[in-house]
Structure formats: C-alpha cells, structure tokens
Design a protein around this ligand. Structure first.
Ligand SMILES: Cc1ncc(C[n+]2csc(CCOP(=O)(O)OP(=O)(O)O)c2C)c(N)n1
Length: 331
C-alpha cells in the first residue's frame, strides 16, 4: 500500500503533534499544581508515535480497535473523545467507566477501545481474543495492540503473538520502544538490537521505524494494518525517547542526567517543524497559532473535567461495574 499525504494532512500531523505535546505538558503541569493525584505517566517526547497512531487510525480504510498503554493518552483520547478520556482520567462520574477505571483501565467498546491492563502483557492476549471474536461474528476489526518495550518481556505476549500467527488474526503488535521500562534501560531489558526481531519466532513480519518521525510511524502503521486485515498479523516497533521519568515526579536516580543534553535533537515536534517549514507549507506564525490552539483545547478539557462530579460512595464501591457493560459499553 503506497501512501502519500497531502499538504493539508502534513499540517494535520502537526496539529496532532501539538495535541500530544500539550497533553504531556498539561499532565505535568496539573500534577505539579496539585490538581491531579496519582502517578500519571506523561507521553512527553513520544509525540511522533502518538501523531502517527492518530493519523493511521483515522485514514486506514479498515475498521480498527485498539488497546493502549498508560502513556498513550493522546491516541487513546482521540479514539474515545478528549473530554470522555479526561473525565475518566480524573475519576469523574461522567467518564466512560464512570470514573471507576481511571486512565489505566479505561475502555469504551463502542469506539473499539479495549480495556488496558494493569498487568503488563495481559492486554495483548485479549487483543487477540477480541480479534478472533469479531472475525467469528462476521465483523472483523484490525486490533492495534500497543505496548511498551518492557511489556514485551512478559511471557503472555508471545503466547498472544503465536496464537495470532497460527490463526491469521488481524492484529498489529505495536511496540512503543522508549528505551526504558520504569528504571530498566534497554540494555538491561533485552539482548537484541530491535524488538521487531521477536516477530520471527512466530513467522511474522517485524519492522522497526523511527518513532520520532510521525510520517514514518503513520505510513508504517497504515501498511501494517493493511497486512493484518489480509490475515497477516505483524509486529511494528517504533523507537522513541522517554523525555521525563517513568511517572511525573520520578527522580530518575538510575539515569545519567546528561541524557537531557541530547533531547533537542530527539524532539519530534521541533524536528517536524523544521520539515514542514522547509516544505514551505507553514511559517512561524502558523506554527505558533496551532500550538496555542491545541494547548487551549487541552486546558479547556481539563478545566471542564475538574468541574465534573465525583462518583458517589455507592458508585465507587460497585466494583463489579468495572467489568460490566455499564462501565465501558457493550459491543
Ligand atoms: C507484570 C507487571 N510487572 C511490573 C509492572 C509494574 N510496571 C508498571 S509500568 C512498568 C514499566 C513498563 O515499561 P514499558 O512497557 O516499556 O512502558 P513505558 O512505561 O516505558 O511506556 C512496570 C514495570 C506491571 N504493571 N506488571
């Protein structure tokens, strides 16, 4: 499948980069301002991946579902609606899971958003089960199963890949490799250069692309979705850099602080700004306008979220509702 984006789409990609940047920055800001409690994980620095995910999910001709991670707030929120996502993230009654799931376990099945899994690795198995079920129902959907590099070290991920390969299920195993699993660096996590190599053991195609480049991510994912829809599940690894700690407030004692000196070169937003300016399709004023618009959208959504009602005591204690149709909607 060959893809060529229009100039409008190149600008749209920039909007998603800025949306993702604003999300990451505002998570950090609101936690530091004492407005959000809990260890939230910022996608800061991984905007190239997020923008690519958003583009591919929007422009693929195939129906998709997805499972995301604790760091994919931008892509997850685009699928389920920003206000919905933020309301759930803030554990408000008006979230898709009525504030009981929070951002980690949120699901919204009517838009194909499968629940994320607190136990790393688990959601790849239910992504495969979901792909199987939807195909058996005569309504196939390609599941974009997103995972961090750390999660790929869990055994269940290989069982899931193996089952998908044997039964030719429409799944893209999407590895968002930011070089760290909490405090463990890539060298301590796995002995291979690219995690896409892990596909070989299941006879699948495995591809690695530069996750700093949103166009590369979008193109590779569009192709991966297409293959999966044709019964060829596959692995797509996107390499990026985690700019901040594992969670907001992580002091990162395990990381040489000098890594920050390299971040300017690894910044997906700055790099893409250069690209589209050189293409002559936008100037500095245009870039600033989009950056402000996206930040305004984010601030408005958070401020609206803060005003939402908390769950009542009865609602908060209704544990079984988390797994019922009342929480995320039935298919
Ligand atoms: C089976 C299991 N082990 C450990 C944890 C604790 N834990 C939560 S997130 C995380 C790191 C995940 O790293 P990665 O998958 O690379 O995603 P990232 O946080 O870098 O985006 C760990 C170890 C867990 N949730 N489940």
């Amino acid at each position: 499948m060959s893809i060529s984006f229009t100039n409008e789409q190149y600008i749209e990609i920039y909007e998603y980069l800025r949306y993702a940047r604003a999300f990451g920055e505002r998570i950090i800001y609101y936690i530091k301002a004492g407005k959000i409690a809990g260890a939230i994980h910022s996608p800061y620095g991984q905007e190239g991946v997020q923008a690519g995910l958003i583009m591919a999910a929007k422009y693929t001709p195939h129906k998709t579902a997805a499972v995301g991670t604790h760091r994919d707030q931008p892509a997850n929120s685009k699928r389920m609606g920003l206000q919905n996502f933020i309301n759930e993230m803030l554990c408000k009654q008006t979230g898709p899971c009525k504030g009981l799931a929070g951002e980690y376990h949120v699901m919204k099945l009517d838009v194909g958003f499968l629940p994320a899994q607190g136990i790393l690795g688990g959601a790849w198995s239910w992504a495969v089960g979901y792909a199987w079920a939807r195909r058996a129902q005569g309504n196939p959907e390609v599941v974009i199963a997103i995972y961090g590099d750390g999660a790929t070290s869990e055994g269940v991920t290989y069982e899931a890949m193996n089952v998908a390969a044997i039964y030719k299920l429409p799944v893209v195993f999407f590895i968002e490799n930011n070089g760290f699993a909490m405090q463990s660096s890539a060298e301590k996590e796995y002995p291979v250069e690219d995690l896409a190599l892990r596909a070989q053991g299941c006879g699948m195609r495995g591809v690695t692309v530069d996750g700093i480049d949103p166009v590369a991510v979008a193109e590779a994912l569009l192709e991966a979705i297409d293959l999966a829809a044709k019964g060829q599940p596959n692995v797509l690894e996107v390499k990026c850099t985690r700019f901040e700690g594992h969670f907001v407030g992580d002091p990162q004692g395990y990381r040489d602080p000098k890594y920050r000196e390299k971040l300017a070169d690894l910044d997906p937003v700055a790099r893409y700004e250069k690209v589209i300016k050189e293409m002559g399709i936008i100037d500095d004023a245009g870039l600033q306008k989009i950056a402000k618009e996206q930040d305004d959208i984010m601030v408005a959504a958070f401020e609206e979220g803060f005003k939402q009602p908390d769950p009542t005591r009865e609602q908060a204690l209704a544990y079984s509702a988390v797994w019922s149709n009342n929480a995320g909607g039935a298919i």
